[in-house]
Design a protein around this ligand. Sequence first.
Ligand SMILES: Nc1ncnc2c1ncn2[C@@H]1O[C@H](COP(=O)(O)OP(=O)(O)O)[C@@H](O)[C@H]1O
Ligand SMILES: [Mg+2]
Length: 293
Amino acid sequence: MTQANSNGSTIRASTVESEPPTIAIKSLNHVYFDYQSKKTVHALKDVELEIQPSELVTVVGPSGCGKTTLLNIIAGFIKPTEGQILVNGRPVNKPGKDRGVVFQELAILPWRTVYRNIAHGLEIQKVAKEEIERRVRRLTELTGLEGFENHYPHQLSGGMKQRVAVARTWAADPEIILMDEPFAAVDAMTRQTLQEELLSLTVRTGKTVFFITHSVEEAVFLGDRVIALSARPGRVKADITVPVSRANRSWREMSKNDALQECVEDVLELVRGEATASDRSGGAVSADRTHEA
Ligand SMILES: Nc1ncnc2c1ncn2[C@@H]1O[C@H](COP(=O)(O)OP(=O)(O)O)[C@@H](O)[C@H]1O
Ligand SMILES: [Mg+2]
């Protein structure tokens, strides 16, 4: 919290020190039992992570290193074998309205129009019709879906469908948005547009975002911080602060900005070693550079 003093400048209230992070992950371990092979799979190991209000943290790591598992644990879909997730200082172990998820697979309903897809969660929550209208209008504006309200998903391009999925999660107004490789299935040009739109949406709405990707360039382009996970069992291998403010990033700037390019190289270096380790143990190499300028 900040407050203005008598000469107009702002001072930090002393409470700021004691405010908990939006998300705190403590001593997290997760082990699956694979019923087919009758073996245990150690997916995550000793993960410690804090995410502050309105931060956008990206997570990158080789395929199979536990990224989706981590997201599912934060979302409350999976109970971790060990450790704890705190949201604003309170332990969580089930899904809640404070956390919205944008899944890797498109989670939009083909029989509902764009408007009714975005409104869906709000209708379930029995939000008043006028409020639903207001929120859907704002989200269609923010995501470039104006004019498409009455279209059905089959009438939309892949990029437009992905915008519907994003708008739908935002409409419920959760404090935290968890995103699992949401742009992996769209073409490269559309992906860049969606990434720029996501930056602007997150800056304008101040959401705290946890974003998983297997693309190092995407991780650096979108993130305030990039968390690099090791090959399975996933550990936090590095926590890198991106040296340029997220507010004014664009792909045009990204290709010209030395600090951002160096950051990409640093993270690529970290992830390459892990991808090789993962490859040897049967996982796919995932340090691909999908946004070559
Ligand atoms: N329900 C499950 N039962 C057993 N093993 C699982 C289950 N879900 C995921 N795994 C295994 O856990 C590891 C991590 O999976 P996941 O979190 O999906 O990785 P990522 O998203 O990084 O690709 C993988 O080896 C995967 O095969
Ligand atoms: Mg995954």
